[in-house]
Design a protein around this ligand. Sequence first.
Ligand SMILES: *[C@@H]1O[C@H](CO)[C@@H](O)[C@H](O)[C@H]1NC(C)=O
Ligand SMILES: *[C@@H]1O[C@H](CO)[C@@H](O)[C@H](O)[C@H]1NC(C)=O
Ligand SMILES: *[C@@H]1O[C@H](CO)[C@@H](O)[C@H](O)[C@H]1NC(C)=O
Ligand SMILES: *[C@@H]1O[C@H](CO)[C@@H](O)[C@H](O)[C@H]1NC(C)=O
Ligand SMILES: *[C@@H]1O[C@H](CO)[C@@H](O)[C@H](O)[C@H]1NC(C)=O
Ligand SMILES: *[C@@H]1O[C@H](CO)[C@@H](O)[C@H](O)[C@H]1NC(C)=O
Ligand SMILES: *[C@@H]1O[C@H](CO)[C@@H](O)[C@H](O)[C@H]1NC(C)=O
Ligand SMILES: *[C@@H]1O[C@H](CO)[C@@H](O)[C@H](O)[C@H]1NC(C)=O
Ligand SMILES: *[C@@H]1O[C@H](CO)[C@@H](O)[C@H](O)[C@H]1NC(C)=O
Ligand SMILES: *[C@@H]1O[C@H](CO)[C@@H](O)[C@H](O)[C@H]1NC(C)=O
Ligand SMILES: *[C@@H]1O[C@H](CO)[C@@H](O)[C@H](O)[C@H]1NC(C)=O
Ligand SMILES: *[C@@H]1O[C@H](CO)[C@@H](O)[C@H](O)[C@H]1NC(C)=O
Length: 642
Amino acid sequence: MAPRSLLSATALVARGVAAVTLSVASSGGNATSGLQYGLMFEDINHSGDGGIYAELVQNRAFQGSTTYPSTIDPWTAVGGAALALDNTSVPLSSALPTSLAVTASADGIAGISNPGWWGIDVLASSTYSGSFWVLGDYAGNFTARLVSDTANTTLASATIAGPAVADSWTQFTYELQPSADAPSINNSLVVTFDATSGETLNFNLISLFPPTYKDTPNGNRVDLMEALAALNTKHFRIPGGNNLEGEAPPYWWNWTTTVGPLVDRESYVGTWDYENTNGLGLVEYILWCQDLAVEPVLAVWAGEYLDETIISEADLGVYVQSALDELEFLMGDASTTWGAYRIALGYEDAFSIKYVEVGNEDNLNGGDASYVDYRFAAFYDAIHAAYPDILIFESLSDLSWTYESAGQDYHQYTLPNYFVGQFNFFDNLPAGNPIQVGEFAVVQNNTANVDTGVNWADPKNPWPYWIGSVSEAIFVIGMERNADRVWGWSYAPLLQNLNSYEWSPDLISFTADQSQTVTSTSYDVLKLFGNAAFTSTLPADTSDDFGPAYWVAGEDNATSTYYVKAAVYNSTEDVGFNVSFDGVASGATASLTVLTAPDGYSYNSIGSTAVVTTTSSLTADDSGAFSFSLPNLSVALLSASA
Ligand SMILES: *[C@@H]1O[C@H](CO)[C@@H](O)[C@H](O)[C@H]1NC(C)=O
Ligand SMILES: *[C@@H]1O[C@H](CO)[C@@H](O)[C@H](O)[C@H]1NC(C)=O
Ligand SMILES: *[C@@H]1O[C@H](CO)[C@@H](O)[C@H](O)[C@H]1NC(C)=O
Ligand SMILES: *[C@@H]1O[C@H](CO)[C@@H](O)[C@H](O)[C@H]1NC(C)=O
Ligand SMILES: *[C@@H]1O[C@H](CO)[C@@H](O)[C@H](O)[C@H]1NC(C)=O
Ligand SMILES: *[C@@H]1O[C@H](CO)[C@@H](O)[C@H](O)[C@H]1NC(C)=O
Ligand SMILES: *[C@@H]1O[C@H](CO)[C@@H](O)[C@H](O)[C@H]1NC(C)=O
Ligand SMILES: *[C@@H]1O[C@H](CO)[C@@H](O)[C@H](O)[C@H]1NC(C)=O
Ligand SMILES: *[C@@H]1O[C@H](CO)[C@@H](O)[C@H](O)[C@H]1NC(C)=O
Ligand SMILES: *[C@@H]1O[C@H](CO)[C@@H](O)[C@H](O)[C@H]1NC(C)=O
Ligand SMILES: *[C@@H]1O[C@H](CO)[C@@H](O)[C@H](O)[C@H]1NC(C)=O
Ligand SMILES: *[C@@H]1O[C@H](CO)[C@@H](O)[C@H](O)[C@H]1NC(C)=O
């Protein structure tokens, strides 16, 4: 594809102020379908468990592995009880063999306490729903309480009637309704029983959920889901990138171990340094997509572990079959083996999968030769034959190869100047298969030499900085102009638990305390643009060059709205804009939203937002033009009714 010549010409400087004049036509853009704004989740250590997944209890089922052995941590004893991990002769299930034996040291109250994932947000407005399993001969009642560890007060309490019996596990459920908000995040769940000295009860799968988003069972945190929903995205790649691949044999993300009742889900040695509960499993990921009204991009394991172990061509068949089974599980009807299994699990209606990605970054870790040689084709051919309407993406993240009509997935972690320099990257690609920019973000500061790119030996930025967010806006504007070739994008990673993580910067950061959630400067930019999604781009007649101002025009045909998205970077002066839209007359009004920040290294953090949002109403002048100016390091959206 040739550079978009219609959109570029020579610079125009009027009265010492750089100015851009755009005359936007009502039709004729190349990108006749809009760019798909998206999400990409990577569980960078407790953005899943302890993060978006709403379970409040940390280490609820003592799951472990050789890599991360079962532990009692962070449970503590109540009433002087002795705690020990115990593989009872009657396991709760084969998936959850290890339980917590609680032995009373005296007559009276004995039990266990859990501080949550670095705290538990206890709010009077919420009803908390819990359950736990017990093995042991016990006729009395149990008590479940939420307590404030700072105030040493009970926030909510429930009495749960026994009995428990010695030869099989009994499940108990309870609800907790706090009468007031906790004074701090430092709260615990306490489960006790009325013991006689020396008595032992075994506990397992001790769970507590706050209300979840859309009340989805086993679902997600409301506040984080609301922050994701506000981005107004269209797709979501699940279940992650590196986490899909697995660190080393035998740990790849085998979907079959992530479905069914929690009691039957064994844990997974996650790639990001912890034992995943698998509470956030395949169905939960799909429901997460449904709750946000976004299309899943279902990533399937492609036969390469991160430690460079690669499945041979002869042995690949079972993994291809696993991917086919997964699609049958999600989409099959009752006459199919796996569709019937889904229905038996309570999901009567088939899910819909329109997009599949085979692997993640298979050009890395020595994967490219086998991927190109046989791995991708094995998956593509089988899935394409069974589901010809699914758009299948390959995962070589450098656009180095294409296969038949497969989509591509381009990843770019870089510096601000690099993204600005890559504004025309997609203009200059030859026509070809659809491209998903599946991961992109600025991760370090500019260096003297833009070509150096990221130095992975240096620390990454702790937060998105404003200069990076503006450069990301410019890169997105470049994609948007080429939405005929660029199918969609997703910033990555999405979510960061500030108490435990292995990658920054991230789009949204959080702790257990809902009032501490940080939506980053990049979030602000992508939210502004995402809520002005184009159904097509529009040609903008101009005599001006891109830089220091960058722009794209488009429309949403459903709301008959014209948009111009713009950003200014590295300008010594404000840039004037003079924008007219075909058919919009003198006296018409438009809305202009401008994002700025005190300086390029400003960032949003707990309790403070650096981004300044200014919204104004503009009136078209006698020539039908809307005039405004944008300062250095700004991002803007102009919208007018067509
Ligand atoms: C709006 O745009 C979408 C995407 O390009 C297209 O599928 C649809 O047909 C258009 N609708 C109308 C009414 O033009
Ligand atoms: C329970 O069984 C697992 C798996 O065999 C083993 O690794 C672990 O050490 C056992 N734990 C205890 C407390 O016996
Ligand atoms: C258990 O709780 C119920 C209801 O609160 C109460 O009636 C009963 O006396 C309790 N049983 C024991 C053994 O404390
Ligand atoms: C919670 O409160 C207890 C008791 O005051 C204290 O020992 C502990 O350090 C606190 N934990 C946190 C995370 O603040
Ligand atoms: C907390 O309160 C209980 C009584 O409700 C009391 O027995 C205990 O000593 C208190 N703990 C602290 C650390 O103050
Ligand atoms: C995935 O896990 C299931 C359940 O443990 C197992 O039966 C199956 O063989 C695994 N699939 C592959 C391809 O290893
Ligand atoms: C920023 O502007 C200066 C002066 O016009 C120019 O030399 C430099 O290349 C620009 N940097 C970028 C990243 O565009
Ligand atoms: C990036 O630059 C800012 C502003 O100078 C500085 O505060 C920050 O520490 C830098 N980040 C790194 C990782 O060096
Ligand atoms: C990841 O989480 C585990 C707890 O599950 C913690 O022990 C470990 O230190 C964390 N790793 C990093 C790098 O934060
Ligand atoms: C559409 O593509 C053609 C060919 O690449 C190009 O000349 C033209 O400028 C493009 N138009 C728009 C509005 O991007
Ligand atoms: C634009 O703003 C950034 C951040 O404040 C600053 O570093 C840069 O020098 C400014 N550009 C120009 C050309 O003034
Ligand atoms: C905007 O551009 C039009 C067409 O070039 C011109 O007539 C009009 O005066 C301009 N308006 C401003 C405020 O510069």
